[in-house]
Design a protein around this ligand. Structure first.
Ligand code: AGP
Length: 608
């Protein structure tokens, strides 16, 4: 999970690389480095720590050159250190490489190279790539040496490669990890994702699996690993670069929380008719739909929580049994998947290795696969039969917020879509559901108005060691999501539980130090939640509740109540998760945590 950037053109490469790395830092941030070719010589500057360390060193150096590659690292092989930071070079400092992914057979390759006299200085799996190219370059051209080396690699890679004898060329390649090429006028870029180069160009080529690109300032040639030319389509990106900036907020996460009304609106846009939903890109024919007997949703982390909510929506609106699993679990069991299963993968990044593996497995078994994804051109979208894009825009904060609520909207729309086509939903019922959906952005704006009040009461709780989150039914996954948000950005231990399970164990934890966050908006099980709140209060627990404003009993017993606008129960998770995102944010902020880049985490987990 690293970030790659590369530049070739007329500008000073170093400045462009640093700017790109700044936008990629969310992908990994334990060390960073850049390399340029200056007067036929490779110059490398790298440093352990965050990007600002590297910038400090660069201020005191004279790194010139109009061609270069850069990298921000999240360690997989070898601890974060100056030696293990990328770029890595060969014995003679002629070939230099940046890499995202994992080379699985690097130990064997390393031993072979050492036997041939190569001196390997880092603990990484990446360095051997530079040495392997060096070895092949003895008898082959640069381009051939790269393709022969790639054929020896097992695992995943996105690569940027320079050779000092070819100061007019960057070679890029991908297998399993994302890489794009940005097209400018007499200048070109490579990057792990779009925001890194958006301020320079909107014309993008997505590299596909086992493709390599030979990039010069005025030419881009894409080939397969045998040197056969591939014809590629350009994509025009419409994202506004300002969307990828903090926009005046202290953290990306806070900005992204406040972007939710817009993100939801954009996700709905163009798909709603009066009494039906049109999702052109799901590409399911009426025969495909008739065949579906079961839905299987697989995802990881926050996207998995969206999947759990989706199960309630799909079962209620389309009457199709729906099973949900975690990506890393699914691939190691043997669920019954065949051509009667509709398989859905949910992923913000579209690059999560466990979700990709699950998708491939489902496809292999004959299921139709659609994905709900936020990143155009990502691996998951390209490997799916159909896609529903969440138009959340780039999500930079490691903690997922707007990606989650837009996933819920996509699932709601898809459930209506399927319900109508399976004739489980009448046009009248669909009309009512769509009317509720249209209210959602305004209801989100109303919930966001509680920000100050939530910020205020977090002063009482930011030093707590443990939190419990309770929800029931369709809001049980929201309890899980609230606990995940708090854990990942504030490092406070938190658990999400179905409220009815409290009496079977967790009730033993409750005392005057334990905040219990309870989702108590109107639902089929509202009275039962109220009893759970009474049980917490009877044991001196602290109750923070989410409720609709007309419930006096909750106002009387809870320590704090956040008011949530009324909406149908299937959409209530979208509103209920927002105060929990804000709660986690303000607690983490008061604890002085690095909200956007929490320790040990990376934005997209592209390894198993
Ligand atoms: C969410 O806050 C997380 N950081 C993480 O759980 C994330 O949702 C998970 O890794 C899945 O990512 P994806 O949606 O990009 O596949």
């Amino acid at each position: 999970m690293c970030g790659i950037i590369g530049y070739i053109g007329k500008e000073k490469a170093g400045d462009i690389l640093i700017e790109g790395l700044r936008r990629l830092e969310y992908r990994g941030y334990d060390s960073a480095g850049i390399a340029t070719i200056d007067n036929g010589q490779i110059k490398i500057i790298k440093s352990v720590g965050k990007l600002r360390q590297l910038e400090k060193i660069l201020r005191n150096s004279s790194l010139s050159g109009n061609i270069g590659i850069g990298h921000t690292r999240w360690a997989t092989h070898g601890k974060p250190s100056d030696e293990n930071a990328h770029p890595h070079s060969d014995c003679h400092n002629q070939i230099v490489v940046v890499h995202n992914g994992i080379i699985e057979n690097y130990i064997e390759l390393r031993e072979e190279l050492i036997k041939k006299g190569h001196k390997i200085v880092s603990e990484t799996d990446t360095e051997i790539i530079a040495h392997l190219i060096e070895e092949y370059h003895k008898n082959h051209s640069f381009e051939e040496a790269v393709s022969l080396s790639l054929k020896n690699l097992k695992g995943a890679y996105a690569l940027g490669i320079l050779h000092s004898q070819h100061p007019d060329t960057i070679i890029a390649a991908r297998l399993g990890s994302p890489l794009i090429i940005g097209l400018g006028e007499n200048e070109h870029f490579i990057a792990s994702d779009i925001p890194a180069i958006l301020s320079h160009t909107r014309q993008i080529i997505f590299l596909d699996e086992e493709e390599m690109a030979i990039i010069k300032a005025d030419e881009v040639k894409v080939t397969d690993l045998n040197g056969c030319i591939k014809s590629k389509t350009f994509h025009q990106i419409t994202w506004d670069p300002i969307m990828a900036e903090k926009d005046g907020y202290k953290h990306f996460m806070l900005k992204e929380i406040h972007e939710q009304p817009r993100a939801i609106e954009d996700t709905m846009r163009g798909n709603l008719k009066e009494d039906d939903i049109f999702l052109d890109e799901v590409k399911l024919s009426s025969e495909d739909i008739d065949k579906i007997k079961k839905v299987f949703i697989v995802a990881c982390g926050t996207s998995y929580h969206a999947a759990l909510v989706g199960k309630f929506m799909l079962e209620e609106l389309s009457l199709i049994p729906t099973e949900v699993d975690i990506g890393s679990e699914f691939r190691y069991r043997q669920p019954l998947i065949d051509d009667k299963v509709l398989f859905i993968t949910i992923s913000q990044s579209g690059e999560t290795a466990d979700s990709i593996a699950a998708l491939r497995e489902a496809k292999r078994k004959g299921a139709k696969v659609i994905s709900i994804c936020n990143v155009l051109g990502s691996t998951i979208t390209r490997e799916s039969d159909g896609v529903i894009y969440t138009h959340a825009g780039p999500e930079i904060g490691v903690a997922s917020t707007k990606a989650f609520t837009t996933q819920l909207v996509a699932l709601y729309m898809f459930s209506i879509y399927l319900g109508r086509r399976k004739r489980a939903l009448s046009p009248q019922k669909a009309k009512e559901l769509i009317l509720e959906l249209r209210k959602l952005p305004q209801c989100v704006i109303n919930v966001l108005k509680s920000a100050e009040e939530i910020k205020n009461y977090t002063k009482y709780y930011f030093k707590c060691n443990d939190f419990l989150f309770l929800g029931r039914g369709i809001n049980y996954p929201i309890a899980l999501e609230g606990a995940l948000k708090l854990k990942e950005i504030s490092y406070i231990h938190a658990e999400g539980y179905p409220a009815g399970e409290m009496k079977h164990g967790p009730i033993a934890l409750i005392d005057e130090n334990m905040p219990v966050v309870t989702i108590a908006t109107e639902s089929k099980v509202y009275d039962k939640i109220l009893s759970n709140i009474e049980e917490v209060k009877a044991r001196d627990g602290i109750v923070i509740a989410l409720a609709n404003s007309d419930n006096q009993r909750i106002m009387d017993i809870a320590n704090h109540v956040t008011h949530i606008s009324k909406i149908n129960e299937l959409l209530s998770p979208v509103l209920n998760v927002i105060p929990l995102q804000m709660l986690a944010y303000y607690i983490a902020e008061k604890r002085g945590c690095d909200v956007d880049q929490p320790r040990n985490l990376a934005k997209s987990v592209t390894v198993e």
